[in-house]
Design a protein around this ligand. Sequence first.
Ligand SMILES: [Zn+2]
Ligand SMILES: [Zn+2]
Length: 268
Amino acid sequence: MMNEPTAALRDAPVLQGLWESVRSGQQQILLSPHLAASYAFLTHVALCSPFLVLDALGSACQRVRSWRIAAGSGPPPSLRQWLECFCRVLFKYATAVLPAAALFQRLRSPNLPELAPSCWQLFVEVVACFLLFDALFFLWHYCMHRVPWLYRTIHQMHHQHRVLFALAAQDASSAELLSLLLLALISAWVLGCHPLSETLFHFLNSWLAVEDHCGYNLPWALHRLLPCMGGSPHHQAHHKKQNINFAPYFIHWDYLFGTYGTSMLHSH
Ligand SMILES: [Zn+2]
Ligand SMILES: [Zn+2]
């Protein structure tokens, strides 16, 4: 519904040029049913890598240590923990998430429109995706904590770490990884997003999930600019207390459901 050709779309030379070059050269990749899961895994690993550097710098740099969230957060995890976590996530993607997401994408059969979105359309679609995804995630996450069977079989694994680190954002059961990817894909599908908007949404979604778990309250983090977002202190408080802050990014659902909790977690 959102990718109707309009005058605004035809007046988007920057995005149109970008879209045409991507569309003409990468059609096979863009239509591959394996793209969604591969992209989710690769962007996750790529976006985690700056935090591996930050963890390493922390031992030598007081300023980096000052950004670490204090309560509930010990020293950064070792390289060995990072590697073990990487192998676990890779194994789950290869054995479960990739084939199951491919099945979903085959049913969905994405298409590649000729026109690029306007910058405004791109912005609106990405924001709409985040709002819908945030609501769906909140409901699913709330249920996983309220229903003991769901918690034990699907969500408990994600709560295994006392000290959070970026890669732990995807350290979860295969069922949870798949469910979160499907919620993101369904959000973009239901809203009829342009593939460019969807790609940007999945990229930013990976970034915010990584930031939620990174263990740092960074000066440039998005929640410092936008008070409607909780950021890493908000999600770290969820990992510590487990009965508050079920929404991943925004805080309005937790306010409405009475599950909003201040973290009392501050940077050093
Ligand atoms: Zn988490
Ligand atoms: Zn949880």
